[in-house]
Design a protein around this ligand. Structure first.
Ligand code: SF4
Length: 477
């Protein structure tokens, strides 16, 4: 969500006449898009702002803006702590950033704009995407759950659902620009539609994506086990371009801890969903998020998490050590665990999840996989002569590529045989006569590559100015 917001901020600023600055060159404006989910976000933000003080003194025209969840949380405190900041804007005020920068410049006064809730879904904000072949598409913002470790509901507000027609129109427009993979984005995609009275809306949306010609791959994040229904599993299985992949946060395998977390499902329900997904989609790669060391977690609770992990056989797990997030109910609990206990459990968990991921990856050896060549990682590594991309099930694949054949472009599809497996990736061989599908996404990459060589950086007709958009921290659910 945070990364996608950054794309919107870039798009808005470019629309307002700014241009991105080359890495290493001074910018006229610097925007921090902050996240409060990770630990120490406050310290990192204020540390960064402190480092900019001298620069602001040297050049009073240099503008600093702070947005995102920390801005929503700290509000005018940011200006009190760092009076050289020009703009503070909340999670519901992204669209106001260019106007706030103008006003701050004109009035020589810091501007703070924080709305408590979203007025309308920010569908029409311009977006500057990094990738030519893949795009995030927001289907909802906010969350109606109250997980006790999570700061999101208090900073992003209640869930607001975007209408299906708008979503599908955006996807079609993206596909016409060359995008072949989209990820539907929401804090809790399974409750999509509840706001406008259609509980089956998410499954219908997946099926509608299947009707869009030229759209090769559809993914979504994140589903919530409590609201995961069988109509979604059926839609996943029966829609040709919905990928055989599911990332569903577990958080804990202990029912007691799930209750403490206010996660309203239990381990058996969670495992039941996995069983039904695997029955309907046998080649599905399932991944998860797990928190260890939640307040009051006992060794027995932790053993329950290990049990569910072993039964769940995740292709990949994002593991986190619990740490307090100010403003969340769990931060107030008195039975916080000692750091060394959390660390020790975390290391044991990591060993188990990595071992299972490796075993699961080894099962891929000998299979022929379709790989979408990636943007940043897609370029050939001259040392290993390998290309990199994602398989349909989202596994990372490094492909041995014949030296005498021109490599495909980011966005093209390649078929290769898996010859080796590591815990975090697969190695595949494209053979001496690689099977490649050149896509419109690859053509779009070529066009962009050519134009980016020709266009000089950093001036526009409307205004001379450059932006340096920093994502301080990424969100995770
Ligand atoms: S963890 Fe996810 S489902 Fe729970 S409150 Fe946060 S955003 Fe909502």
């Amino acid at each position: 969500m945070n990364v996608h917001d950054s794309e919107r901020l870039s798009g808005l600023l470019e629309d307002a006449g700014y241009s991105p600055v080359e890495v290493g060159k001074d910018a006229d404006i610097l925007v921090f898009n902050t996240c409060a989910v990770r630990e120490n976000a406050d310290n990192k933000l204020y540390g960064n702002l402190g480092q900019l003080y001298e620069r602001k003194l040297e050049n009073p025209d240099f503008q600093i803006a702070v947005g995102g969840c920390l801005a929503q949380k700290d509000r005018s405190t940011i200006i009190e702590k760092a009076p050289w900041v020009d703009v503070v804007f909340g999670t519901h005020n992204i669209g106001s950033l260019p106007a706030l920068l103008d006003r701050a410049r004109h009035n020589h006064e810091a501007q703070v704009e924080i709305l408590e809730s979203l007025d309308t879904f920010p569908s029409d904000l311009p977006t500057k995407r990094d990738s030519t072949y893949a795009a995030w598409v927001s289907i909802s913002v906010g969350c109606n759950n109250t997980c006790t470790f999570c700061i999101v509901p208090s900073l992003r507000g209640k869930e607001k659902d975007r209408r299906p027609g708008e979503i599908l129109a955006e996807i079609k427009a993206l596909v016409s620009e060359g995008v072949i993979e989209i990820t539907l984005l929401g804090q809790n995609v399974n409750t999509y539609g509840v706001e406008f009275g259609d509980k089956g809306a998410f499954a219908k949306l997946l099926r509608a994506c299947g009707e869009i010609e030229g759209l090769e791959r559809v993914r979504f994040t994140s589903p919530h086990p409590a609201a995961f229904t069988d109509d979604v599993i059926a839609a996943m299985a029966e829609t040709h371009n919905v990928m055989p992949q599911l990332h569903m946060p577990l958080q804990s395998g202990s029912d007691r801890i799930l209750k403490e977390m206010k996660r309203s499902y239990r381990s058996e329900k969670y495992l039941g969903i996995l069983d039904r997904v695997r029955k309907a989609i046998p080649d599905a790669a399932i991944s998860t998020d797990i928190i260890v060391g939640f307040p009051s977690e006992t060794e027995e609770d932790f053993q329950e998490t290990l049990r569910v992990v072993r039964e769940g056989r995740f292709a990949f797990s994002y593991t986190f050590q619990y740490s307090k997030r100010p403003g969340t109910p769990a931060a107030e609990l008195t039975d916080q665990l000692p750091k060394q206990v959390v660390q020790e459990r975390y290391e044991r968990l990591l060993e188990v999840v990595n071992d299972i991921a490796w075993q699961e990856n080894k099962l891929q050896i000998g299979k022929r996989v379709e790989v979408l060549i990636g943007n940043s990682e897609g370029r050939k590594d001259d040392r290993t002569n390998r290309l990199t991309g994602r398989a349909r099930d989202s596994r990372l694949v490094h492909i041995d590529w014949p030296e005498d054949i021109t490599p495909p472009r980011p966005g093209d599809l390649v078929w290769a045989e898996v010859i080796d497996a590591k815990p975090y990736f697969l190695i595949a061989d494209a053979g001496s006569n690689p099977d490649v599908k050149r896509t419109r996404a690859g053509d779009a990459f070529d066009a962009l590559d050519a134009s980016s060589c020709a266009v000089p950086v950093a001036t526009t007709e409307k205004r001379k100015g450059v932006i340096d958009l920093s994502v301080v921290l990424k969100s995770n659910d």
